[in-house]
Structure formats: C-alpha cells, structure tokens
Design a binder for this molecule. Structure first.
Ligand SMILES: Nc1ncnc2c1ncn2[C@@H]1O[C@H](COP(=O)(O)OP(=O)(O)OP(=O)(O)O)[C@@H](O)[C@H]1O
Length: 228
C-alpha cells in the first residue's frame, strides 16, 4: 500500500502570554492510500491540532509532513489552500453548513472554489445529493433539516470534488445512534470506493468501522489497534 501521509516528529506548541501548551510532541503517523483510520484519545491530547495540520489548515512548528509524496510542512497558506481544495474534504461534528445558503448551494461551494463551470457544477451536485439521498431537500436551508440530514449534506459537500482524503472530526457527535450509524455507513461506502478516511472519535462503536485505531496521549501516538 502506498503512503498517502507520512508524518515524522511533528511538533506544535501554542503560546499565549501566560502559558505554553505543547499540543503535538514529536508525533509520527503513517496512513496508506485507501485506509480508514480512527483517532482516539482524551480531551486535550492534540487530536484537533493534528486534524488541522492534516487538513492543511494549520502548520506545524517542526517535523515533517509528506502528503502524496510532497513535503508540505513548510508550505505557506496560499500553497496549502491550493492543495487542500483539490484533495481534502472535511466533515465536522457541528456540520458547519452555511445557514444562508440552500442545500444545493452549500454543496456547490467547493466546486465554485475550484473553478468548475456552472453546467458541470449542477450535474455534479445533483449526482452527489442523489447518492446521499437528500436530493428532495435541495432547495431547503440547513435549519429546515434534521441533524442526520444536515450531516448528509455536509458529507455531500465534502465529497463533491472527489477528494482523495476525508477528514471527519467526530462526525456522529451530534447525532442519535440511528442517524450516526447511517453516517458511518456512508463513510464506509466512500472508503470502499477508494477514499482515504481519517476520523477523530470518542466512540468505540464508531471506531470499529475503521481499519485501525490510533490512540493519542499528550500529543503523541501511543498505541494502535488493527481491526482487519
Ligand atoms: N489556539 C490555541 N491556543 C492555545 N492553546 C490551544 C489552542 N488550541 C488548542 N490548544 C491546547 O492544545 C492542547 C491540544 O488541544 P486539541 O484541541 O488539539 O485537543 P483535542 O484532543 O482535540 O481535545 P478535545 O477532544 O477536547 O477536542 C490542549 O491543551 C488545548 O488547550
């Protein structure tokens, strides 16, 4: 299996006037293309910090992050954004849909950012809304949808650009178990179709959908459970 991600000795420290917090302490991690990896660990162990760096939303202080064969640890924001919008989809616990935009417009947004023409955007958005079984709600606004439906729209938005990697930060955290299982099944289907998935979760149940669970403590990975 080819490595999509190879992180070595990654360090990130947050500094305020009073305190320094070491969020990542020489963390190393490899993720192969097509893997589904769960990341677990107690509050404050650095999971969100790691996800932000994996998603090219933030940069590390030290260490190496090779993404698809390219060293990106010292990329500036412009280069990170370029790589991010073509390669990475995000799913968040709180859905992060834009309330003023319809379902269709929310899902269309990443295609506008990557310069896809209007006609092609329409067919791509419709295809993915169909796949997520939310097409009948295309003209609704997020607040008019249930939590499960909002997360399906968020997943549609994350996959509309065909990203190689999906980063999911507690994707079922705000859902009941039935909607949560549906979301986990959608992520599993995307993974089966070839998308690499890295998911932060507090749920052992959700972690069992993944191939491998990486456990973190104090800014480091401490243990791995291989499930398949
Ligand atoms: N912007 C920031 N400024 C200062 N400290 C921060 C900042 N972001 C995170 N931290 C600190 O860095 C450490 C790691 O935080 P992080 O959010 O990555 O943990 P986490 O594992 O995602 O936690 P949780 O499960 O509660 O979301 C924590 O001690 C946190 O207080």
């Amino acid at each position: 299996m080819n490595n999509m991600i190879k992180i070595t000795d990654l360090e990130k420290t947050y500094r305020t006037e009073e305190v320094e917090t070491v969020a990542l302490n020489k963390l190393s991690l490899e993720v192969g293309e097509g893997e589904f990896v769960a990341i677990m660990g107690p509050s404050g162990c650095g999971k969100t910090t790691l996800m932000n760096i994996l998603g090219l939303l933030d940069d590390p202080d030290n260490g190496s992050f090779v993404f698809n064969g390219i060293e990106v640890a010292r990329f500036n924001e412009r280069k990170r954004a370029q790589l991010r919008k073509h390669n990475i989809g995000f799913v968040f616990q709180s859905f992060n849909l834009i309330d003023e935009l319809t379902v269709f417009e929310n899902v269309e947004l990443p295609l506008i950012y990557t310069g896809v023409k209007a006609g092609e955007r329409k067919s791509k958005v419709e295809e993915v809304l169909d796949r997520m079984q939310i097409m009948h709600r295309r003209n609704h606004f997020p607040q008019q949808l249930s939590g499960g439906q909002q997360q399906r729209v968020a997943i549609a938005r994350a996959v509309v650009n065909n990203p190689k990697l999906i980063l999911a930060d507690e994707p079922t955290g705000n859902l009941d178990s039935s909607n949560g299982n549906e979301v986990m099944q959608l992520l599993t289907d995307l993974n089966t179709a070839g998308t690499t998935i890295i998911m932060v979760t507090h749920s052992e149940h959700d972690a069992r959908y993944s191939h491998r669970t990486v456990r973190m403590l104090d800014g480091q990975t401490v243990l791995e459970d291989i499930l398949i």
